[in-house]
Design a binder for this molecule. Structure first.
Ligand SMILES: [Zn+2]
Ligand SMILES: [Zn+2]
Ligand SMILES: [Zn+2]
Length: 181
């Protein structure tokens, strides 16, 4: 593993299963989930675990409805949406899953960080993979801007959309580059 820049929380770029061993991502996340729930005195119930496994199956953000559909298909019965929503809430509290606000979807967090630590989601429009990057200075700028307006800031969302490094390196990317310019 190469040394990473301090600010980079998650370095997995792209969603191509061939580009990295996603089994390692999932294994690491599940181990962290067990620890995280323990530390918070919360229970990693089998439903929470199954919901986490669905969301973590890829680096994509997934809607709650899709999670519900997949789990229902697997269990062969209709599940109550509220139980899935509650499981997602618990996973968010434990810092294992984040909400992609602009898409109303959820993605697995593959790099531990405190909830107070500001981060930005980089969303690849080609492979749909989500990567997190720490952006404390960006949030400082937002806070300062709000102060100039006497605005009481409660939350701010930093989500960026574009093409991840893996997708840029793929042969199909070069052929579509510049099509809109
Ligand atoms: Zn990508
Ligand atoms: Zn992965
Ligand atoms: Zn995270």
């Amino acid at each position: 593993m190469a040394a990473e820049a301090v600010d980079i929380l998650a370095t997995v770029g792209g969603n191509d299963p061939a580009a990295h061993d996603h089994g390692v991502c999932v294994e690491t996340l599940l181990n962290r989930a067990r620890r995280s729930f323990d530390e918070k005195g919360m229970k990693l119930t089998s439903l929470r675990l199954r919901v986490l496994e669905e969301i973590a199956a890829s680096h994509d953000a997934m809607g709650a409805y899709d999670v519900l559909e997949r789990l229902s298909q697997k269990s062969g019965g209709r599940m109550a949406p509220i139980s899935v929503y509650r499981a997602i809430d618990a996973l968010q509290q434990a810092g294992l899953v984040h909400r992609l606000e602009s898409r109303n979807a959820y993605f697995a967090c593959h790099a531990p960080h405190t909830s107070r630590q500001r981060h930005m989601a980089l969303v690849c429009e080609t492979c749909a993979g989500v990567t997190e990057v720490a952006v404390s200075s960006l949030h400082a700028t937002i806070e300062a801007a709000c102060r100039t307006q006497g605005f009481e800031l409660r939350s701010a969302v930093a989500e960026a959309f574009g093409v991840c490094a893996t997708c840029q390196a793929s042969p199909t990317h070069a052929s579509t580059e510049g099509r809109s310019s």
